[in-house]
Design a protein around this ligand. Structure first.
Ligand SMILES: *Cc1c(COP(=O)(O)O)cnc(C)c1O
Length: 412
């Protein structure tokens, strides 16, 4: 997937456009698999919320992955994409008992992250095996917006509540077949991750019928020059060895599970947008593209940095630009970026646009969501059509009879 291909796709399908490189997704999947080749049974459950297009889910299924879902709608998408129910894990947070029962009726693995629902579900369905999400209170990332293992986090059952948890399991006679943690979105320090894993192993000893231990995700990928990337080969070796040792002591071969989102799809994604206006002010040169945080909110939501390149003028002189959107809000994609000289009509590419980009898009300002294209074996496949005005109106109920139309004369 090179710049020339991308430019052609912007021409063919129009901008703004999301493009995903199937080969990159495949190689990331392989890389993670290889890193844990020392483990007998490995399961990679792709976190659907990162990029939930059904064609991308089909690709993941073809690679042999499972699916990590956070809503019953994602479960249904996964089933439509061909995943077997037993390859899907439902890991919601703060959802109703009804939604969990609905997912359970579809045959997927349930993962429960609070004692209240655990007790209710266990009392009603003691025969359904359940995974429990533990909060080891470890902050694996540096950014409190995305680290969910710390003490104030809403995710998981606190390790300090294990005695209460065990009482519920004993009283309901439910069967705990897996334990899970997901400490946050950035594993910067492998040792911190291994430390959290020890807490999970310690917890695991309390349950006799485990089938798997799920270590969540948080594999970091580089977004800009100098960014640290999780050393998954080292993690694979260290955690793999420790896992094998645990299984030996536990007396049973368990499955080691992960649920990567970003790692599998982030770098495979390219977001293409066209420059509408180049505006020179006294202090800054703005390049305004035909997009905004309605299509790519991560820079505004998390302060994430997506590298921006000018596909149309790759050899142009580098200048400083602030790349902004066309939404009536301050929607800055990047400030003072060195980019090859930009002219109106040029196509810019935002890198690392595979994870949490399209899935977080909206119709704000009554704009259309972009089209999505999957690039596979040198060919482009449209996997989502660009929206049209009908999509903006869909589900709106126009109560035109309620209000009188002002007479023409009244409007002065
Ligand atoms: C979002 C999420 C993931 C994926 O996280 P990434 O940082 O994208 O790899 C995994 N597990 C759970 C429970 C999640 O909510």
């Amino acid at each position: 997937m090179n710049s020339r291909n991308l430019l052609k796709l912007a021409d063919q399908f129009g901008a703004p456009l999301y493009v995903y490189d199937a080969e990159k997704i495949t190689s990331q999947f392989q890389r993670l698999t290889n890193a844990f080749s020392g483990v007998n049974s490995l399961r990679l459950n792709y976190a659907a919320k990162a990029l939930s297009n059904i064609s991308v889910l089909r690709l993941m299924n073809s690679l042999g992955g499972g699916l990590d879902t956070v809503s019953v709608q994602e479960v249904k998408l996964g089933l439509m994409a061909g995943f077997k129910p037993e390859s899907i894990i439902f890991t919601p947070n703060g959802v109703s008992l009804e939604e969990i029962e609905e997912a359970s009726a579809l045959g997927v693995q349930i993962n429960i992250d609070n004692l209240s629902i655990l007790e209710q579900f266990g009392s009603k369905h003691p025969d359904v095996p359940v995974c429990i999400r533990i909060n080891p209170h470890v902050m694996a990332g540096g950014n409190s917006k995305i680290s969910v293992g710390h003490i104030d986090s809403k995710f998981g059952i606190s390790i300090h509540q294990i005695p209460h948890l065990l009482r519920i399991v004993e009283l309901t006679k439910m069967n705990i077949n897996g334990i899970h943690m997901h400490t946050g979105s950035d594993i910067l320090d492998i040792d911190v991750f291994l430390y959290a894993s020890e807490i999970l192993f310690e917890t695991a000893k309390n349950f006799k019928n485990l089938e798997f231990i799920d270590f969540g995700s948080g594999f970091k990928v580089p977004y800009k020059n100098g960014d640290i990337e999780t050393n998954i080969e080292e993690l694979g070796k260290k955690l793999g060895d420790r896992f094998n040792e645990f299984c030996k002591n536990y007396g049973k071969e368990l499955t080691l599970a992960f649920e990567p989102g970003k790692f599998l799809v982030s770098e495979a994604g390219h977001f293409l947008a066209k420059v509408n206006v180049v505006k020179q002010t006294t202090s800054t040169v703005f390049a305004s593209v035909d997009s905004g945080f309605n299509h790519l909110i991560r820079p505004m939501l998390y302060g994430s940095s997506h590298e921006i390149i000018n596909l149309s003028n790759p050899k142009g002189k580098e200048r400083y630009y602030s790349v902004v959107g066309y939404i009536c809000e301050t929607d800055t994609f990047g400030s003072n970026r060195r980019i090859n000289e930009i002219s109106e009509g040029d196509v810019l590419c935002f890198k690392n646009a595979g994870a949490y980009c399209f899935t977080m898009s909206s119709n704000y300002n009554s704009r259309y969501r972009p089209a999505e294209v999957l690039w596979h074996k040198g060919k482009a496949h449209l996997i989502r059509q660009r929206e049209t005005f009908d999509d903006i109106l869909r589900n709106q109920v126009d109560v035109k009879d309620l209000f009188e139309t002002p007479k023409a004369a009244a409007i002065k």
